[in-house]
Design a binder for this molecule. Structure first.
Ligand SMILES: Nc1nc2c(c(=O)[nH]1)N[C@H]1C(S)=C(S)[C@@H](COP(=O)(O)OP(=O)(O)OC[C@H]3O[C@@H](n4cnc5c(=O)[nH]c(N)nc54)[C@H](O)[C@@H]3O)O[C@H]1N2
Ligand SMILES: Nc1nc2c(c(=O)[nH]1)N[C@H]1C(S)=C(S)[C@@H](COP(=O)(O)OP(=O)(O)OC[C@H]3O[C@@H](n4cnc5c(=O)[nH]c(N)nc54)[C@H](O)[C@@H]3O)O[C@H]1N2
Ligand code: SF4
Ligand SMILES: [Mo]
Length: 713
């Protein structure tokens, strides 16, 4: 690290005295790979991105990482708080004191009239650990509300729930990503890392170069599927049946590992009975995957000495997302491919700090250290660190979609504070979300830019980003990394931590809210001590010296835990638990009115709701607008040619986008990326059915109609 890594973040005032810029080692602002990069200043002090040989990405970056420095000089940056004086009126520039006084006064008033839970908080998986921790504490202690949740609910919550159910702990990957290169067989279900985490592909490529085999399950022959040994092109929403069919073949053909099942697992019998009903020809009818491919895939995985099963948003973002993941975990367990070197189930998340963001308290049911807010002992432990009475801590609150539903007229939530999420673009059935937010008594949004959500706010707070503040991020491996400050925020901009501190004071809260990242991290370490996600032994100095530290790391002498479960699973009896899950149909299936499957996802050149990447000129030029992927044969039948405007309609809404014809998609399926708002939002179409356990929305499956868009009259 070049830039005094142990030094505390300078305060706003000190920022003016910043020394001349020097190269700074840090990590990418975007996804959970958190690629290492160096920000290098030119003679004018403008930064550009340079490759950095960090042990995860090994110098590799995707197009988004390479162009990330454009965010630091964007002319669209918010640099002053904005206030809307009357509903429906315009936003006007305001000073910080006016904005913060107004927010605190309105929060107090709403709390007095409707109770503390009427003020909701919506966070984001892009926040550093320090900010996610502070936000959870702010909600529970300064606001006293139960209602805090975050966009990670849309992301990895199904995987988290299934992982916890099976293994007693939830960490994206139970092994370092480099292990991917060393395993003999991999099944990737509904993840497209070739576009969503390109530098990760070096490990998959090395695996195949060693003679390893890769199976990809995806309704599209995605960029990742194109690199696979075998592609299983499933009907959307049928992952559970496919996994049960693979297990059926494994049992039938003697590929399971009875010794492992007996010694290290529980609950196999009920799972075996469900698998028994999933004959390959029946599974072929449900999934559309030919029987011989089901048999081949089961043999590739079962006969390999080592194997991994990795899931992505495909199977997870469904109303049966948790059960889908459990079905794949069941397969790994039955084959004895877990809790051993180079074996295991993992999920390829997600947002930059999707992992740490859920460990430290912005999830409705969790307290720092992955503690449970409903558990009296956990409450007492965290209350002691916060210096409050455990009885004063609220209980579990509403999950993301339900929290947004509660903002409807007559709902329980009257005011909402959103940090680091663009819910108007990224939530299912999004038109309703925008309408509800418009009707709130108070919507406060903190963002770098005027996102579609910020544009609806009554108060907009301009915040520092990524390279303008210090903090830690936890990547998909559970490796805690240091994001270093490279430059001061633009004049007029404050950090989220400074805002939370200032608001807590104005709300009369006596607890401590430090805006300094390293001080905040020290408190987070204490609050996580003894929890499942134990960071007590992790320090900024160790992160710099060791290229990140893997949690759990309970004390200064502990080496951290790159590989989990080798000696036993984190369940009370040390055994992994099979889950007897019965596949069920999607919440909405095609019919005469809506005859196609619609699925949604990502393209390489845009990130999430697009607030950031749509403002990077190079990315905006490469991927300027939403589109619909459609099979040429399907398009021909509908009279649609490449680049035509097509109108897509579901029971929730309608959008018009251009067609992209590709034989890589199933004949019965359409795909729309979700990175755009307004008239091109995929989430105008999606279904808000929720998984009963994770409360994950059904982003990946609904029924849609497509026609050529009529020219305007
Ligand atoms: N370029 C880019 N990279 C990103 C992001 C981004 O927005 N843009 N976002 C980051 C975040 S937060 C996340 S969560 C990850 C997501 O990373 P991924 O999980 O790789 O992303 P998706 O494109 O949402 O979905 C993956 C695949 O699931 C397939 N799929 C659709 N329906 C089904 C189904 O029913 N079953 C199965 N098996 N597959 C299905 C889609 O065709 C798609 O290829 O990416 C991260 N990286
Ligand atoms: N149809 C469909 N919908 C989906 C998905 C899908 O596959 N299909 N995927 C879902 C998934 S996996 C995810 S993760 C969500 C993501 O959806 P969103 O939560 O909307 O994600 P982002 O676009 O990353 O929003 C982050 C916002 O915070 C701002 N920001 C960045 N850093 C900071 C910061 O430090 N502080 C503050 N205050 N603001 C900051 C950014 O400018 C941006 O506006 O979308 C979900 N929605
Ligand atoms: S893969 Fe993710 S972390 Fe790496 S450069 Fe691309 S967006 Fe950034
Ligand atoms: Mo995500």
């Amino acid at each position: 690290m070049n830039h005094h890594p142990g030094a505390p973040a300078p305060s706003q005032a000190a920022a003016l005295n910043d020394p001349a810029p020097v190269p700074v080692d840090t990590h990418c602002p975007y996804c959970a790979l958190q690629c290492g990069m160096t920000l290098v200043p030119d003679a004018e002090g403008r930064f550009s991105v340079a490759a950095r040989d960090f042990p995860t990405n090994k110098g590799g970056l995707c197009r988004k990482g390479w162009t990330a420095a454009a965010l630091l000089v964007s002319p669209e940056r918010l640099t002053t708080p904005l206030i809307r004086d009357t509903k429906g009126g315009p936003l006007r520039a305001a000073g910080w004191d006016e904005a913060l006084d107004l927010v605190a006064a309105r929060f107090r008033d709403i709390r007095a009239r409707h109770g503390a839970d009427a003020v909701g908080v919506f966070g984001g998986g892009g926040l550093t650990n320090e900010k996610a921790y502070l936000l959870g504490k702010f909600a529970r202690v300064a606001l006293g509300t139960a209602n805090i949740d975050y966009n990670g609910r849309y992301c990895m919550s199904s995987a988290a729930a299934a992982g916890s159910r099976a293994f007693g702990i939830d960490r994206g990957l139970p092994f370092p990503m480099a292990d991917i290169a060393e395993t003999d067989a991999i099944l990737v279900a509904g993840s497209n890392p070739a576009e969503t985490m390109p530098p990760l592909m070096q490990y998959f490529d090395a695996q195949r170069a060693r003679g390893g085999r890769l199976i990809v399950v995806d309704p599209r022959r995605s960029a990742t599927a194109q690199r696979a040994t075998l592609h299983l092109q499933t009907t959307p929403g049928t992952d559970g049946a496919l996994a049960a069919g693979l297990l059926h073949v494994a049992i039938r053909d003697g590929l399971t590992d009875p010794d492992f099942i007996a010694a290290r697992t529980s609950g196999f019998e009920a799972v075996r009975r469900i698998a028994a009903q999933h004959w390959p020809d029946r599974v072929e009818r449900i999934t559309g995957v030919p029987e011989r491919q089901i048999v081949e895939a089961a043999h590739i995985l079962g006969e390999a000495a080592t194997a991994m099963v990795l899931t992505g948003r495909g199977p997870e973002q469904q109303s049966q997302g948790v059960d889908n993941v459990s079905a794949f975990i069941n397969l790994a367990l039955a084959l004895g491919k877990a809790g051993r070197p180079l074996c295991g189930w993992g999920t390829l998340t997600g947002q930059g700090n999707g992992q740490g963001g859920r460990e430290h308290g912005q999830k409705a049911d969790q307290l720092p250290g992955y503690r449970k807010i409903a558990d009296p002992r956990h409450r007492a432990e965290v209350a002691a660190v916060w210096g409050v009475d455990p009885a004063s801590l609220p209980g579990p609150g509403l999950s993301a979609t339900e929290l947004l539903d509660a903002t409807a007229p007559g709902g329980a939530v009257k005011a909402l504070m959103v940090l680091a999420s663009n819910v108007v673009v990224s939530s299912p059935a999004a038109a309703r979300v925008a309408e509800n937010l418009r009707g709130l008594e108070l919507l406060v949004v903190s963002d770098l830019f005027l996102s579609e959500t910020a544009a609806l706010a009554d108060v907009v707070l301009p915040t520092a980003q990524w390279a303008e503040e210090d903090g830690t991020m936890t990547n998909l491996e559970g490796r805690v990394l240091r994001r270093a400050r490279a430059q001061a925020p633009p004049p007029g901009v404050r950090t989220d931590a400074e805002v939370l501190q200032a608001l807590a004071r104005r709300l009369g809260c006596a607890a401590d809210f430090s805006a300094d990242a390293e001080t905040g991290f020290a408190e987070l370490r204490r609050a996580s001590r003894g929890g499942l996600a134990d960071y007590a032994g992790i320090s900024y100095a160790r992160i710099a010296a060791e290229d990140g530290v893997f949690w759990p790391c309970p004390d200064d002498d502990h080496p951290g835990t790159p590989r989990l479960f080798l000696d036993g699973f984190a369940t009370p009896d040390g055994r992994a638990r099979f889950a007897a899950v019965q596949p069920r149909p999607a919440a909405e299936v095609p019919d005469d009115d809506f005859p196609y499957w619609l699925t949604t996802g990502r393209v390489m050149g845009q990130y999430q709701s697009g607030t950031q990447t749509r403002r990077v000129p190079e990315l905006a030029a490469a991927e300027p607008s939403a589109f619909v992927e459609i099979h040429p044969q399907t398009a021909r039948g509908l009279g649609l040619a490449e680049g035509d405007m097509a109108r897509l309609t579901t029971r929730r809404g309608s959008i018009a986008v251009r067609t992209r014809l590709t034989p890589a998609i199933r004949l019965d399926t359409l795909f729309v990326p979700f990175h755009w708002g307004d008239g091109q939002s995929a989430n105008a179409l999606t279904h808000a059915a929720l998984d009963p356990i994770s409360r994950m929305p059904e982003f990946k499956v609904c029924a849609v109609r497509i026609v050529r868009d009529a020219p305007p009259p």
